[in-house]
Ligand binder design. Sequence first.
Ligand SMILES: [Zn+2]
Ligand SMILES: [Zn+2]
Length: 212
Amino acid sequence: MLKYDLHTHTFYSKCSNMKPEILLKTAKKHKLNGIAVTDHGTIKGALNVKRLNKDKNFEVIVGEEVSTQYGDVLAYYLKKQIKTTDFFKLVEEVKKQNGLVIIPHPFRATLLPTYKFKLPLDKVKDKIDAIECFNARMIFSRDNKKADNLANKLNIAKTGGSDAHFKFEIATGYTLFEGDLRKAFKNRKTRVDGTIRYGAFGGLLSFLRKRV
Ligand SMILES: [Zn+2]
Ligand SMILES: [Zn+2]
């Protein structure tokens, strides 16, 4: 069984202070087999972590978190940075790169601006490869549960990730699967788990970091 944290950030995101080498080192310390690095609006952090990784048994997925008109979208296996913030154009661009489209935290509620995805996912079901059903930065675990129920209902693969912006958050959310991640997505054979114990604290630190 392989264990990947499919949602992490580096200091290429304004709301994170994570050094690429710390992200890689800590992920390996937690015995993860891979991570997706998904900085806001850039793949520089991901490329940096990938370059640092010398371990053939550890996979670094080059990803990006893009804030589209409907909410955040994760893209995995990118070769080029996604330039558009239009959801439908993004899907096209990612598919052209043979990447994957994931909707993170579709129901995340916070005291700050809401992060709910504003399109009903059943309408775009054929455009997305997975729904993030475990995000460790949730304040309410019911928001993860809602995503999980929806993935079951729509028969879409599930991802789990920490959404780590700081070292202590790495590996607090993860995805379990066997063999190849793309295949596991296709066959809906991924499982997710983690803890939201540090979620609100991490979110607060990100909020403060963005202000200064
Ligand atoms: Zn962030
Ligand atoms: Zn994120």
